[in-house]
Design a binder for this molecule. Structure first.
Ligand code: BYC
Length: 328
């Protein structure tokens, strides 16, 4: 902070200074009244830029997020679980389509978004840069990562940009099925043989830290929260969403006789706030900047999919031309 004005406020102030002050005031008043912004409405350039950044990252997260679970479709125990997992993975890819559509309404072409993902220019959620080592990992992902996503998305579906809110509402309905599917798998393992129980505990131990990171850095270190909150794009802070997750899911984890790998995690019954150990924010920074256990692998798979799918995209554009189908 410099005096009473934060660095973010100064930067936004400079950008906003280039905007028509009357339009800017009318825009903020509209947001403050709780009205929605549609694509054809006037909006400040930075509102557009911030939304593209966030929605695009979200879309990329859904598409990359399909990969850790996707590798388990052929190995899922039993036909019913294979079918259920396949449906979940399809849903996630469908979410990406809805989100790319929402981001496109702001003027960035889909090809450019995909290109920015493949070149590493755009980020996607930290959590999908970790390996799904056992079947129990898929159970923990479907239960707790989908739970974390629902907390984030239900909250932000009340936000100001109408196309993003509409996409989030639909996505949350599907995510709530995923959560039930994930919980069912966790319960099966947690109430199964000692080996199954150990397997789900071990998966939970490995995923806990990435899940803590999922909600973003602590509020004090969050770069975009201030302006996104003022513009009602973000309807709760990173820390508030993390606290909501603790409140809703830690008791459920304990109920199953599982433990959380954080000896400092406890709820203050007076304030209602949870305190927790440092989840290693340096690791978070490394992972979101491309240096996680699976970042290279995830992008390599996406690049391969892009090359293999090129003839389909071309065929859709020019159905009468001849195409060579790559043999992969
Ligand atoms: N991972 O200022 P901050 C799913 C970045 S998929 C990576 O607090 P903001 C599912 C942030 O971008 C659902 N990067 O940011 C799919 C910024 O960097 P840049 C995924 C992160 O935007 C398949 C910097 O850190 N959900 O559910 O105010 C199977 C500073 O952060 C992360 C979404 O994408 C992260 N976790 O708040 C199963 C939700 N956190 O851009 C499940 C949409 C922060 O300045 N996104 N960063 O270079 C959001 O709600 C917000 O962007 C966040 C971060 C709360 C994540």
């Amino acid at each position: 902070m410099y005096g009473n004005i934060s660095i973010v406020d100064q930067a936004i102030g400079k950008k906003n200074a280039q905007e028509d002050p009357e339009k800017l005031a009318a825009f903020q008043a509209k947001i403050d009244r709780g009205e929605k912004i549609e694509p054809h409405d006037w909006m400040p350039a930075d509102y557009r830029r911030q939304l593209i950044r966030m929605i695009e990252q979200h879309a990329h997260s859904e598409i990359i997020g399909a990969l850790p679970e996707g590798t388990w479709i052929t190995r899922a125990p039993g036909f019913k679980r294979k079918m259920a997992l396949m449906a979940k993975v399809q849903d996630e890819v469908g979410h990406a389509q809805l989100l790319y559509n929402a981001a496109e309404t702001l003027g960035k072409p889909r090809e450019e978004m995909i290109n920015d993902l493949l070149t590493g220019k755009s980020k996607y959620s930290n959590v999908f840069n970790y390996p799904a080592k056992t079947w129990a990992d898929t159970a923990v992902i479907a239960w707790l990562i989908d739970a974390a996503a629902i907390i984030n998305q239900v909250t932000n579906s009340k936000g100001s940009y109408a196309p993003y809110c509409r996409a989030l509402e639909r996505i949350c309905q599907e995510e709530s099925f995923h959560l039930k599917y994930g919980y069912d798998n966790v319960v099966t393992l947690a109430t199964g043989t000692p080996t199954q129980r150990a397997m789900v505990q071990e998966a939970l131990n490995r995923w806990w830290r990435p899940i803590m990171h999922f909600f973003g850095p602590p509020d004090i270190a969050s770069v975009h929260s201030e302006i996104l909150t003022r513009w009602k794009v973000k309807m709760a802070s990173n820390d508030d969403m993390r606290q909501q997750f603790f409140n809703q899911y830690v008791p459920k984890i304990w109920e199953l006789g599982l433990t959380v790998p954080d000896p400092e995690l406890r709820k203050d019954e007076v304030t209602g706030k949870w305190s927790y150990g440092d989840p290693d924010w340096d690791e978070f920074k490394r992972v979101i900047n491309g240096d996680g256990p699976c970042n290279k692998e995830r992008l390599a798979v996406r690049r391969m999919a892009e090359i293999n799918g090129e003839w389909v995209r071309n065929a859709l554009k020019k159905p009468t031309a001849k195409y060579t189908v790559p043999l992969s």
